[in-house]
Design a binder for this molecule. Structure first.
Ligand code: UD1
Ligand code: CA
Length: 450
């Protein structure tokens, strides 16, 4: 059965107290919206429609960055969740299949849960994702008998008996897209909030003799973000789960509570991660690689057997082949380091390619930026870059070539050559002794005068 997604993301998120639309606040380095889109994407949806309202342009950009085929529709006024879904339906014209409604501020719904909902559609025309709430608060209540759902009552409209129900509405709903359109069109706003409630479609479906059902998930999955405190709690929940998963899949974390993962971090078995390591988005670490303490990594790939840190920074486009060693106070950006390259200390490599087994001396810098353009540095295999070499890009150093310590390399160095680009050393015998004697005498004289 083909699936399409409708992701509601129009709300302002007043309680975030922010200029940024709520769904663009990040957990584990990705906007809440991206988490929701990614969970839905696991079902290989035919279409994805994001309903934006506040901060439309920023929401559109984030949605398209995650999925360039997504459609972003605008809900100018937030008149309720059913009204939001109604704005999405024209974008599903001609689509035959099920639509799943997700919230852009609810990042932790698992793909498996959505799959269970899709499976339950064999038994029910409308499937609602529910959970047993430890503290049901102001959630909508599910009035159900076992799996069969009678109706959903919003907190504001609920009687004391209904408020005592702890089975709550997550907001995620799955139904045939065409039926969803019909039902949403019939929703009115005669309720305590004066809003068009999506939740009303359950009773509307049942009035047509159709069946509605509940699929349950753990409360943790339905965690929504409305405040900064909830955002921090969501981050903590994400990290706790990511650490546990890493440990379970055979990653050694010396001090798990100090390691922060990105939303899409991939780490192979037997990788070792030391204390205080932060993974931004887009990091893959192969089996057996070692990330030592206090590293910051984003958008990079670390191959088998490589060692990184302590105190290293890998920025987007850093590609470390097998057995590469990157040591302390080294920053690497948009650079490919082939097998066995060693960059031990205090170095910046940006917009570069370094051939296999090349040694980069301490304090080397690729001077890649002229103030306007970025330029590339190409270093061959088995080269030896002397300590404190400035490589003024664009520049090439050939295979097996050397640069002398302290050189400023502005021209290409042929393979197997040595480039020396520094002032020759001058030695003045006895100079220092005489120099200091003169200064000391001067100081003594000043004291005498004073
Ligand atoms: C909704 C449910 C409630 C459920 C709860 C779970 C309804 C009527 N109620 O209540 O049963 O327990 O979620 O969190 O559906 N949105 C729009 N446009 C709108 C209104 C909302 O895009 O016009 C978006 C919001 O940005 C948000 C989501 O839909 O992402 C939910 O809206 P919200 O107002 O938070 O619904 P609740 O009152 O929490
Ligand atoms: Ca809410």
């Amino acid at each position: 059965m083909p699936i399409s997604l409708i992701i509601l993301a129009a709300g302002q998120g007043t309680r975030m107290n922010s200029d940024r639309p709520k769904v663009l606040h990040a957990v584990a380095g990705a906007p809440l919206l991206v988490h929701a889109m990614a969970a839905g994407a696991a079902l290989a949806p035919e279409r994805t429609v994001v309903v934006a309202g506040h901060g439309v342009e920023a929401v559109r950009a984030a949605a398209l960055a995650q999925d360039e085929t997504a459609t972003v529709v605008v809900q100018a006024e937030q008149l309720g969740t059913a009204h939001a879904v109604a704005q999405a339906l024209p974008a599903l014209a001609g689509f035959a299949g099920d639509a799943i409604v997700l919230y852009g501020d609810t990042p932790f719904i698992r793909p498996e849960t959505l799959e269970a909902m899709v499976a339950a559609r064999a038994r029910h025309a409308v499937v609602v994702l529910g959970f047993e709430a430890a503290n049901p608060g102001r959630y909508g209540r599910l009035i159900a008998r076992g799996e069969a759902l009678d109706r959903i009552v919003e907190f504001k409209d609920a009687s004391p008996e209904e408020r005592a129900v702890t089975l709550c509405n997550s907001g995620v709903i799955c139904a045939d897209a065409e039926l969803l359109g019909d039902l949403v069109a019939a929703v009115g706003n005669a309720n305590a909030a004066g809003e068009y409630y999506l939740t009303d479609i359950v009773e509307l479906a049942r009035a047509r003799g159709l069946s509605a059902g509940v699929v349950l998930c753990p409360e943790a999955e339905t965690l929504g973000v409305n405040t900064r405190a909830e955002l921090a709690a969501a981050e903590a929940a994400f990290q706790a789960r990511a650490r546990a998963e890493a440990l379970e899949t055979g990653v050694t974390l010396t001090a798990p509570d100090t390691v922060f993962f990105g939303w899409d971090t991939v780490i192979g078995r037997d990788a070792v991660v030391g204390p205080h390591v932060v993974f931004g988005p887009g990091v893959t670490v192969e089996s057996g690689a070692e990330i030592r303490a206090f590293c910051h990594l984003e958008g990079c790939h670390i191959s088998r057997g490589a060692t990184v840190g302590p105190f290293a920074r890998l920025r987007p486009g850093a590609e470390l082949a097998e057995d590469v060693h990157v040591g302390n106070f080294v920053e690497i950006k948009n650079a490919i380091l082939d097998e066995g390259v060693k960059v031990g200390h205090l170095t910046y490599l940006g917009d570069a390619h370094v051939g296999e087994q090349t040694n980069i001396g301490a304090g080397t810098i690729t001077c890649n930026y002229d103030g306007v353009f970025k330029h590339r540095t190409e270093i061959g295999a088995r080269a030896f870059i002397g300590s404190d070499t400035m490589l003024v890009a664009p520049v090439r150093v050939g295979d097996g070539a050397m640069t002398a310590t302290g050189s400023v390399i502005t021209r290409d160095v042929p393979a197997a050559a040595l480039a020396v680009a520094r002032a020759p050393q001058v030695v003045k015998e006895g100079f220092a002794a005489k120099f200091f004697a003169r200064l000391r005498a001067l100081k003594a004289q000043q004291k005498g005068n004073g």
